[in-house]
Design a protein around this ligand. Structure first.
Ligand SMILES: CC(C)(COP(=O)(O)OP(=O)(O)OC[C@H]1O[C@@H](n2cnc3c(N)ncnc32)[C@H](O)[C@@H]1OP(=O)(O)O)[C@@H](O)C(=O)NCCC(=O)NCCS
Length: 340
């Protein structure tokens, strides 16, 4: 059977051996995921929370903790250092010592601080325990947005999905990248351009191949006119100017982007039409629906949302996730590179 993108990610993760924090550490799924991550050597898992609780849950469920790091927030030896760091970083936003100490009791903020202090590579927030750490998406990502900051030249963090399709003819060995499907609700043309550039770079990082980015619209190369289309046209120009070395084109309808014979008719001069491996959608109404439609109707596996555009890696896994979802997203997180 042909190698899938997840096979490739798992194999690369094993060679990197990076430390990844798991924030919902009193949720059994995270403890079981940490066990699997340590056994498979995808990363060095760090359960962030309270050691007594973690050990109790592990014991009750026969999960061995060898090879898993545990950070006990209440007794963390570098807490004063972290507090000072947070005060310094966020004093303009009213962060004082008392607030910093309180903020660091939260496992997501604590993990984000660990990452910024270079004590871990990234953090994964997956699942949740209704009686303990039970962050919603906003609570999971806010520490990353506030502490990591965006990468050089990027103002807006966004997300992408790797859509692994049953037919290997699509994209990279059957995988297309879709963005943004989960974070930036209604991007401006500038934000859409950044999403295109970030997703092209993510594609290269994850596959090793050149991205061919299609800026998706209900129009192909002027076939229809409307302000909603103008946004995509403008975003295409901005993205091409921002990163002239990348192959980005638009506006393209979905079929013009991925079907060669339609591209030949509708966008004959495009360097990417008909062969796009990255599809950038105009807003979340479209992006979110497209990933769900592809998953449900085309039998694709959706890997994501994977955060991009930040200087350090963070990824969110939904509260209804499985142990394997946390394991896979942790492997993905180790591949996301640091940028300055
Ligand atoms: C991510 C999200 C929770 C942020 O919420 P928010 O109310 O904008 O948060 P705030 O305004 O308090 O911003 C928090 C910080 O993050 C920053 N920020 C927010 N969105 C950002 C982005 N996309 N990129 C970079 N920074 C961002 C803000 O600038 C702010 O930084 P600061 O505290 O240093 O000034 C919000 O954008 C959101 O809910 N997105 C959509 C997710 C969603 O509903 N998806 C549904 C489909 S799956």
């Amino acid at each position: 059977m042909q190698e899938t993108i997840m096979d490739r990610i798992r194999a690369k993760a094993k060679t990197l051996k990076r430390r990844v924090c798991l924030t919902e550490s009193d949720d059994l799924r995270n403890i079981q995921a940490a066990r699997k991550i340590a056994d498979m050597e995808y990363a060095i898992p760090v359960l962030v929370g309270e050691i007594a609780t973690i050990e109790k849950i592990a014991k009750e469920n026969n999960v061995k903790l060898s090879g898993i790091e545990i950070v006990d927030i209440p007794t963390f030896p570098k807490m004063d250092e972290y507090v000072q760091f947070l005060v310094e970083l966020r004093k303009d936003k009213g962060m004082d010592e008392k607030t910093a100490r309180e903020t660091l009791k939260d496992s997501c903020f604590f993990s984000a601080t660990m990452v910024v202090r270079k004590d871990a590579h990234g953090y994964v927030s997956g699942g949740g325990n209704p009686k303990g750490y039970n962050h919603n998406t906003g609570q999971k990502i806010k520490p990353a947005l506030q502490l990591f900051k965006t990468a050089k030249g990027i103002k807006t963090a966004s997300t992408f999905f790797m859509m692994q399709l049953p037919d290997p003819k699509w994209g990279f060995q059957g995988t297309l990248f879709y963005a943004d499907c989960a974070l930036v609700i209604n991007p401006t043309a500038e934000q859409l351009a950044e999403i295109a550039v970030c997703t092209a770079r993510s594609f290269k990082n994850f596959t090793g191949e050149e991205a061919k980015v299609g800026m998706i619209s209900c129009s192909t190369k002027g076939s229809a006119k409307d302000p909603i289309i103008d946004k995509v046209v403008e975003a295409t120009k901005l993205a091409q100017n921002m990163a002239p070395e990348l192959l980005i084109d638009g506006e393209l309808q979905f079929d013009s982007a991925v079907i060669p014979w339609i591209a030949e008719k509708k966008a004959p001069n495009s360097k990417v039409a008909g062969h796009c491996n990255v599809l950038v959608f105009p807003d979340l109404n479209c992006g979110n629906s497209m990933y769900k439609a592809t998953e449900r109707l085309a039998g694709a596996t959706a890997i994501g949302p994977i955060t991009q555009g930040l200087r350090r890696p963070f990824n969110d896994v939904s509260r209804g996730c499985s142990v394997d979802d946390i394991v896979d997203v942790t492997a993905v997180t180790t591949i996301c590179e640091w940028t300055e």
